[in-house]
Design a protein around this ligand. Structure first.
Ligand SMILES: Nc1nc2c(ncn2[C@@H]2O[C@H](COP(=O)(O)OP(=O)(O)OP(=O)(O)O)[C@@H](O)[C@H]2O)c(=O)[nH]1
Ligand SMILES: [Mg+2]
Length: 282
């Protein structure tokens, strides 16, 4: 079992008796306990044939997840914009992605586009130093679009091939944030045609499916290509993954499973589902 689903598994185990089959009422209670939305629970139960065996449950859950073409990295430099509400895990995720790309032999450039909080820039600078990665940062209150532009221009000049741009999760008003994010996207496109190539939304896994509405808002503002669910190690809400993906119709690309640079794993529907259903059966 994937260890980051420990808390979700404990919740399910506390509800489910240890048998070869799971009764529909018990399954319903356990899935809701693991923060799957009622819509998905009903859709699943409608389709499941009794008795509900491991294979049937596995197949039913996999059917809830939309299928996506794997996202391809098509350009050099490849520019990713990371967005999400404050505290979701954006800055940490950027460090994890930088670490990942570096270990794959790529050269990385970071852009500290959260100029709303001085501490945010410092946090990313600390990660950049630790990962030995160049970073473009502005002063507190500076223009995040300028940071994005400079990070891309500097990558072109220095031939860095992966650019990650951090953004603020909160501004004085929601409208300011929306306008700022749109401007960053526009300015990225001026620095390099087609950039940002991916806009990734980081969701706080401990919020479970209540993060779906904020995801919709970000999608309306700039359009989201994929989702990273951070902090899945600290929550019993692992079932929300099915609702998030199905309701947003966006691929979950990675999950964050801890606070260090290595704690990012690729989301794989099959291995996730295998782990998720393991506490249902002996
Ligand atoms: N356990 C755990 N903690 C995480 C994970 N990802 C991030 N965190 C922690 O969550 C807190 C917030 O993470 P940040 O990366 O600063 O979040 P942010 O979205 O950049 O926050 P703002 O800059 O305030 O908008 C930090 O204490 C991180 O160490 C994760 O996958 N697991
Ligand atoms: Mg941050």
């Amino acid at each position: 079992m994937l260890s980051f689903l420990k808390k979700t598994a404990e919740t399910i185990r506390s509800i489910v008796p240890r048998t070869q089959y799971v009764a529909p009422e018990i399954l319903e209670e356990a899935l809701i306990g693991a923060d799957m939305d009622y819509d998905e629970v009903e859709a699943l139960l409608d389709r499941l044939v009794e008795p509900i065996t491991r294979d049937r449950l596995r197949f039913g859950l996999l059917e809830l997840l939309p299928a996506f073409e794997p996202l391809k990295i098509t350009q050099n430099p490849f520019v990713e914009l990371i967005v999400g509400v404050n505290g979701a895990g954006k800055t940490t995720t950027i460090a994890k992605l930088a670490n990942r790309y570096k270990s794959e032999g790529h050269s990385v450039m970071l852009g500290a586009g959260d100029t709303f909080r001085a501490a945010a820039v410092e946090q990313l600078k600390r990660w950049a130093a630790k990962l030995d990665t160049p970073i473009v940062a502005a002063v507190e209150g500076g223009d995040p679009s300028a940071v994005a532009f400079d990070a891309i221009a500097s990558s072109l000049a220095k031939k860095r091939d992966r650019v990650r741009i951090d953004t603020a999760g909160r501004l004085h008003t929601q409208k300011n944030l929306a306008e700022e994010l749109k401007k960053i996207v526009r300015v990225c496109g001026k620095a390099l045609e087609g950039a940002p190539h991916r806009k990734l939304l980081v969701l706080d896994g401990t919020q479970g499916r209540s993060a779906i509405n904020q995801a919709r808002e970000f999608n309306e503002i700039i359009g989201i290509d994929g989702i990273i669910v951070a902090k899945l190690d600290g929550t019993a809400k692992g079932g929300a993954i099915y609702s998030i993906s199905r309701q947003l119709q966006k691929p979950i690309i990675h999950i964050g499973v801890g606070e260090s640079a290595d704690d990012l794993i690729d989301f794989d529907a099959h291995s996730f589902t295998d782990s998720f259903i393991s506490p249902f059966f002996p």
